[in-house]
Design a protein around this ligand. Structure first.
Ligand SMILES: [Fe+2]
Length: 384
């Protein structure tokens, strides 16, 4: 389990145990840092303490914003923008999972470029740059630490929406698997499942490529091998190392090929109920969506699903088996939830389908088949 450094996009990625020490060589002495976190994960994982020790040693002053919640609302991100503007830091450091890193991406850019979030989502305003952002990743699920996307929850329409910008790449990302050991057991599952769907959707999307397939296949192979081990033994550090590596690869895969139908529907659902964990929403929708995906691109779908279910074949006739492949694997690792637990029912199907079709067109364009409201409703209803 080596330590290594790679360059991807505009990001230098430091991967392995205790890599956060390299932060010393990135931030300038006597500069100012603004830290973005959630309430507790940065503290519990030990990452905040490690960062603070380095900052104090270098004489760097810092301020902490710890109000980020899962599926962050735009107004919380805009509060972070205000705090960053007032503090005027040289760097922003995100310590957390996807919600924290995404909040820090958007806030670092808006603090520099002005405007509010809706100007960028609906008004065509372009991100002009960013205060240099450093990401300390605490999960094996997001991929945000190595890509140019950030997701925000809006109120009208009520959905999560992705923003893309070349300026969203962190200047440096730190991936230390030790920090994931304090994830609650359900988050171990949800975050790895998120990484799996980054792999599956990027591999099967219209923008896929041999490069994306290479990344996605390796990620799926590692998740299929190590997630069952990680959920049985939460202290297994080798499993976390490989899950974090898989998540990073899958994060790079969606950087080139993006996710499509499963993420599009999930973004509406966890925008409506922000208590729905992103990975859980994906896991509920995934099995039935896999039928449509495998039916339209069986060879690409097979490249990923064969790691979960070796008897599946790269043929349309195995579309129902694709559903089973995902379902059996998810049950094997202990996922048994349904959307009805999160307050959804049959009456919501029209509203969900309409929001996906009307608002998230950019995601649907990437799906390997033409998407209708009927297909979205059918995937949603099977997840109840
Ligand atoms: Fe995701």
């Amino acid at each position: 389990m080596n330590r290594f450094t790679i360059r991807y996009g505009k990001t230098v990625v430091y991967f392995g145990f205790e890599v956060v020490k390299n932060l010393e060589n990135i931030v300038q002495r006597n500069s100012k840092v603004f830290i973005v976190t959630s309430k507790s994960a940065a503290k519990i994982s030990g990452a905040l303490k490690d960062v603070e020790e380095i900052l104090q040693k270098l004489g760097i002053s810092y301020e902490i914003f710890s109000d980020v919640k899962p599926n962050p609302y735009y107004f919380i991100i805009e509060q972070a923008v205000e705090s960053i503007r007032k503090y005027n830091p040289n760097y922003v450091i995100a310590i957390g999972g996807g919600s924290v890193i995404d909040t820090a991406k958007i806030a670092s850019a808006l603090a520099l470029c002005g405007g509010n979030i809706k100007d960028y989502v609906f008004g065509g305003k372009q991100v002009c740059g960013s205060i240099p952002l450093i990401a300390i990743n605490l999960t094996h699920g997001t991929g945000s630490e190595v890509n140019r996307y950030a997701v925000v929850t809006l109120d009208e329409p009520r959905t999560k929406f992705g923003i893309a910008s070349e300026h969203f790449y962190p200047i440096a990302s730190f991936e230390d698997p030790r920090y994931t050991l304090t994830l609650p057991s359900n988050q171990v599952l949800y975050t790895a499942i998120d990484a799996f769907y980054h792999s599956y959707e990027s591999a099967t999307g219209r923008d896929t490529s041999p490069f994306v397939l290479m990344l996605a296949e390796e990620a799926a192979k590692l998740i299929a091998k190590w997630l069952p081990i990680a959920v049985k033994d939460l202290s297994n550090l080798e499993a976390r190392y490989w899950l974090m590596y898989a998540s990073m690869l899958a994060g790079m895969a969606i950087d080139s090929s993006r996710a499509h139908i499963i993420h599009a529907i999930e973004n509406v659902l966890s925008g409506i109920n922000t208590d729905l964990p992103h990975g859980a929403g994906l896991a509920m929708l995934g099995p039935s969506a896999a039928i449509y995906i495998h039916n339209s691109v069986p060879e690409l779908s097979y490249r990923i699903l064969k790691y979960l279910y070796p008897s599946i074949r790269p043929v349309k006739d195995d579309a129902e088996k694709a559903c089973k492949a995902v379902d059996v694997f998810q049950k094997l690792v202990g996922f048994n939830e349904s959307l009805s637990t999160y307050g959804f029912n049959e009456k919501d199907s029209d509203m969900v389908a309409n929001t996906v079709i009307n608002v998230l067109k950019y995601s649907l364009r990437l799906a390997p088949f033409d998407i209708s409201a009927e297909i979205i409703k059918s995937i949603f209803l099977r997840a109840l």
